[in-house]
Design a protein around this ligand. Structure first.
Ligand SMILES: [Zn+2]
Length: 323
């Protein structure tokens, strides 16, 4: 096969964009296979005479090509719009394939944002497979949650200078209650304060427990006089719902979760604070404190964490533990 120079150029551009994207190899691999039209979408299987019906398993509207499955399928458009990229698939002129999308993205996005693109493609493809093989329907916030989570930080990192990082987490124990933990650290990794809280006999869905804990952590940070706080959770659903609400793309104030997040949004407005997602491995101290809440109840420690969490605290800062 002879390719013209411009085809080879654009393929090389797409390849570089995916190769350098800040996302795990499994995400980049799905993105690359999508660009090469190698994902086993139904229209490809019909072409190979393995199937005789190419109808999209998600929407039932039209043939499932790669571009349909990953871009144009009705529910997928919502995912792209809800993402931090705020992409309106309808408005992309001249984009009829994933490869063309990547080529356009590479010109305007950095490696981190390209990582997000690959993670979304990977998560959307996962959603399609779950729908096809398990007949399970994952909604937009689950798809976004998975995408965020796969590119989230795996190791705890201190905040920038003049910032405070607040890791928080909740543990829900059936018929016992909801334990919460928070730890505030500065740019040197030094503990400023830590705390536990217990809602006895109250149990919730994990993301509701997380949202209650977030609200409590925001209140504590206010009482302690912190500003520029980076709140960190490892709850995917909480984080993606937060993004939908703060970006005005969610149905705000409808559910209990939404109203809790609305409260938090009002509370941190103008304080220079932000909210991000990390992997559970980067949120161990908070999780340990949440478990300890069942013993301590409501308590605040200044400049230290209780003994239960001290090993996790050390493992977050391996360099300083050597000194
Ligand atoms: Zn569809």
């Amino acid at each position: 096969m002879v390719h013209s120079k411009s085809v080879l150029d654009s393929e090389a551009k797409v390849w570089r964009g995916i190769w350098h994207a800040e996302a795990p190899a499994r995400c980049r691999s799905v993105a690359w296979r999508a660009c090469k039209e190698e994902l086993p979408v139904k229209s490809l299987l019909v072409q190979k005479r393995i199937l005789d019906d190419a109808t999209c398993p998600c929407c039932g509207n039209g043939a499932e090509t790669t571009a349909h499955a990953l871009l144009h399928c009705e529910e997928i458009k919502r995912v792209w719009f809800a993402s931090p990229l705020g992409l309106r698939v309808e408005a992309l002129s001249g984009v009829t394939s994933v490869s063309q999308l990547i080529e356009q993205c590479v010109s305007v996005l950095d490696e981190k944002a390209m990582g997000m693109v690959c993670a979304i493609i990977w998560s959307v493809w996962h959603r399609r497979n779950v729908r096809l093989w398990k007949d399970k329907k994952l909604d937009c916030k689950h798809v976004m949650g998975r995408a965020w989570s796969v590119i989230a930080r795996q190791k705890w990192a201190p905040p920038p200078v003049q910032h405070v990082k607040a890791n928080f987490g909740a543990v829900v124990r059936d018929s016992v209650g909801t334990g919460m933990g928070v730890v505030f650290r500065n740019s040197l990794g030094v503990v400023l304060a830590s705390g536990t809280n217990l809602l006895e006999d109250e149990t919730f869905e994990p993301e509701i427990g997380g949202a209650l804990c977030y609200k409590w952590a925001v209140e504590q940070s206010g009482e302690l006089g912190f500003s520029n706080v980076i709140f960190e959770t490892d709850c995917k659903v909480l984080h993606s719902q937060w993004n939908l609400i703060t970006e005005g793309k969610g149905s705000s104030g409808v559910s209990f979760l939404d109203s809790l997040l609305e409260d938090c949004k009002v509370m941190i407005d103008g304080t220079g604070s932000s909210f991000s997602l990390v992997r559970p491995t980067a949120n161990k101290v908070a999780q340990r404190l949440a478990a300890a809440a069942f013993d301590y109840g409501e308590k605040i420690w200044m400049k230290v964490v209780p003994e239960e969490a001290s090993l996790d605290l050390q493992s977050d800062m391996p360099a300083s533990a050597d000194k």
